[in-house]
Design a protein around this ligand. Structure first.
Ligand code: ADP
Ligand code: MG
Length: 698
């Protein structure tokens, strides 16, 4: 069990990296005491946060500068406090709203409910939130609104200058998510037209000067009269002094061959040898997190001796509200909480009571290759900046320890210093269509915080043209282009819905779209693969996963939406409930777009044609003469395989279309459907004639 880790054999190190070791020096200010004295009132707690000392300073800067950049350690109170300060100072008077954006939905929900609690109001009234498919705000009542940056982008389609908002705080800017960067670019434009608008850009580690020069338009302004009522154009930068405690860093002596196993062993070791205190484990996604939770729970039971002391909880987006509450609930006396998380706990959420951090060194990241036109979700190494943030989570309440599941040499010599902005490693189809919908024609000349690769832009334009969403002048087509832009889904799914409505299977495509919008409807449990496969067979359709989804949906409805039924069939009940909700929303959108709901009554061919109309760019053909099960994408001859979770795994139809790709040892297609190749030329004649498909013998 301990093959990876020998804490006893090595002196605890204080030397971490180039910066000389201790990550954060403890600052013995009065602020660190609130939790130590137990039950202090919410006001006391709020006043104990580092950001409180800067309250007036922040308000002054926001008053006087168009843009204020605030950098502060995670947990210092940026997200929960600053919107409240703004509200107290009157920025939400006269029907105006204070917005605070987050890259992640779960963070939006968690932070909004925390702020509502602090203010003593019901969530959805003065404090509300919006994430895609869920609106918990009340127009005219809500003063502080938390929302994802993607949702704020969508709001621009109805209100391009975002006139409802007095202050927009773009939070977690250091993450440089795709939507954050698009938003920053657009907000810069809006500022020119709305001198009354204030921006706050806040983050844990941002390179403040880069952001500052991006937003600095002072050189370009030549306004004279009336200047005094306008805010200063140069952004202000404020750094909130943190209050972290020392964190000892431990490295592996030898690289771990299996980070999941190493993480589990390390947690058990900490539990065995270290004083009480909660553990936060950073893994990558739902799959490995669920596995680790299961392994830890089992191991703890086997160990007996301390088993009763461990409370193991997963943390990833898509958790139910009940599970979220458990994460934030105080650890029962004498117990040790182990939270196994994605990088959402890196900076987006503050968890109290963490003393030990186990860092796998990996996270799930998007990577897009414009040459192959494949966007992958890959488990990839994190950056040094991320590793430091992760370690910092151990020093919130007292000095802590961070166990890095990689060697020191790797950290120093190989780990990249910073991550790459998502803009530079994403498929840009959604980004382009959103900008087009906002009337921004010169996309290549758009002022981005980080320029996207031109090849990726060209690819996106090409696909959108083939989808019939853009015309030859790269303008949105009418009505398809405008309609697709209005549906808050990936344009390929939206196109599938539009085609489904023309082909007479709108009921079915909406169901499929809803299911593709949740992470997975299957439950993955280790050790019962056979039972799971058998359960899946009950729904499996020879045509592929999309048709299988329809069978599951039908079965779920017939069961009376029963959780028991889901349990029996290894189907995620929580995900199915979400599917119902999303489907309702999509029905409403369809209604607005004038799409009449119609069922194809089991004619799977029309459904598959509708999928093809949206996803033709993801077509692949089985390579007859090579390794079994190998496909090549038509577009760029990339080698891909059907994912074992697909019902078409080992079935290997000759022609398929996939929904997405995940990479592990190979590139795997997730959610696959069998098609007839003639549908491709039907769906996208230019696209496939250029590719020479019509010459391929099939
Ligand atoms: P930042 O945005 O600077 O990382 P936050 O505003 O999220 O900091 O958190 C400030 C403090 O508020 C945290 O240190 C923690 O004490 C408290 N807090 C935040 N969210 C919660 C929550 N959901 N439950 C309990 N306490 C919370
Ligand atoms: Mg925050």
């Amino acid at each position: 069990m301990t093959q990876f880790w020998k804490p006893g054999s090595e002196k605890p190190r204080l030397v971490d990296d180039e910066e000389g070791g201790i990550l954060f020096f403890s600052t013995p200010t009065s602020s660190s005491s609130s939790s130590r004295f137990g039950y202090s009132s919410i006001d006391k707690q709020r006043q104990g946060l580092p950001v409180y000392k800067y309250r007036n300073g922040i308000l002054y800067l926001v008053e006087n500068h168009a843009t204020t950049i605030i950098v502060g350690e995670t947990g210092s109170g940026k997200t929960t406090q600053i919107p409240q300060y703004l509200n107290e100072a009157g920025w939400a008077e006269g029907g105006r709203v204070i917005a605070c954006t987050q890259p992640r939905r779960l963070a939006v929900q968690a932070v909004a409910s925390r702020v509502a609690e602090e203010m003593g109001v019901k969530l959805g009234e003065e404090v509300g939130y919006i994430i895609r498919f869920e609106d918990l705000t009340k127009p005219g009542v809500t003063k502080i609104k938390f929302l994802t940056d993607g949702v704020l982008l969508r709001e621009m389609m109805d209100d391009p200058l975002l006139t409802n908002y007095s202050v927009i705080m773009v939070d977690e800017a250091h993450e440089r998510s795709l939507a954050t960067d698009i938003l920053l670019g657009l907000l810069k434009k809006i500022q020119r037209r709305r001198p009354d608008l204030r921006l706050i850009i806040s983050s844990a580690t941002i390179e403040a000067r880069t952001m500052s020069s991006f937003f600095d338009t002072s050189g370009r302004m030549h306004k004279k009269a009336g200047d005094e009522i306008e805010p200063k154009k140069e952004p202000a930068i404020l750094s909130v002094e943190g209050r972290g405690f020392n964190v000892q860093i431990h490295y592996l002596e030898e690289p771990a061959s299996d980070y999941l196993q190493a993480a589990v062993s390390t947690v058990l070791l900490i539990h065995d040898q270290e004083p009480i205190g909660d553990i936060l484990v950073f893994l990558t996604g739902q799959d490995d997190i669920d596995s680790a939770v299961q392994l830890l729970t089992e191991e703890a039971q086997n160990l007996k001796k301390n088993s009763s002391g461990l409370v193991v909880l997963p943390l990833y987006s898509g958790l139910s509200r009940g599970d979220q509450d458990l994460i934030f609930a105080p650890t029962p006396r004498g117990k040790r909480k182990v939270i196994v998380s994605t990088n959402i706990a890196e900076t987006s959420l503050t968890l109290e009571g963490i003393v030990y951090v186990v860092d796998s060194g990996f996270s799930k990241q998007r990577f897009y290759n414009p040459i192959s036109d494949i966007e992958n979700l890959v488990v990839a190494p994190i950056s040094k900046a991320s590793a430091r943030q992760r370690a910092g989570r151990a020093g919130r309440v007292r000095s802590g320890k961070c166990y890095r599941l990689y060697t020191e040499e790797y950290f120093v010599k190989e780990m990249p210093a910073e991550g790459i902005p998502e803009m530079q490693r994403s498929n840009l189809v959604s980004c382009v269509i959103q900008l087009k919908a906002l009337g921004i024609d010169n996309i290549l000349g758009f002022d981005w915080p980080a320029s996207p690769p031109p090849e990726a832009m060209v690819r996106a334009l090409e696909v959108l043209y083939s989808l019939g969403i853009l015309d030859e002048d790269a303008k949105l087509t009418s009505p398809i282009g405008f309609q697709v832009a209005e549906i808050p889904l990936d344009p390929m799914i939206s196109k599938m819905i539009m085609s489904g409505s023309l082909l007479g299977c709108s009921e079915e495509v909406i169901t499929v779209a809803a299911i593709l919008s949740v992470q997975s409807i299957w439950v993955a449990v280790r050790g019962v693969q056979k039972e799971m496969d058998e359960a899946k067979l009950r729904f499996a359709a020879a045509e592929g996963d999309h048709v299988t989804f329809l069978n599951v949906y039908k079965g779920f409805l017939q069961s009376g939406k029963s959780s028991q039924w889901c349990y029996k069939n290894f189907i995620n009940y929580h995900a199915m409930k979400k599917v119902l909700e999303i489907r309702e929303q999509l029905k409403r959108i369809a209604h607005r777009l004038g799409i009449a709901l119609k069922s194809c009554e089991g004619d799977t061919q029309v459904l598959r044609k509708a999928v093809t109309a949206g996803f033709f760019a993801n077509a692949c053909r089985l390579e007859a003469f090579s390794q079994a099960g190998m496909y090549k994408t038509i577009r760029s001859s990339q080698e891909v395989y059907i994912h074992p979770s697909s019902v078409l795994f080992r079935v290997n139809p000759k022609w398929v279309i996939f929904h997405s790709i995940v990479s592990t040892d190979r590139q795997y297609m997730r959610n696959v459907i069998a098609i007839d190749p003639s549908w491709l030329t039907e769906a996208a004649p230019q696209f496939y004639q250029q590719q020479g498909l019509n010459k391929v013998a099939y």
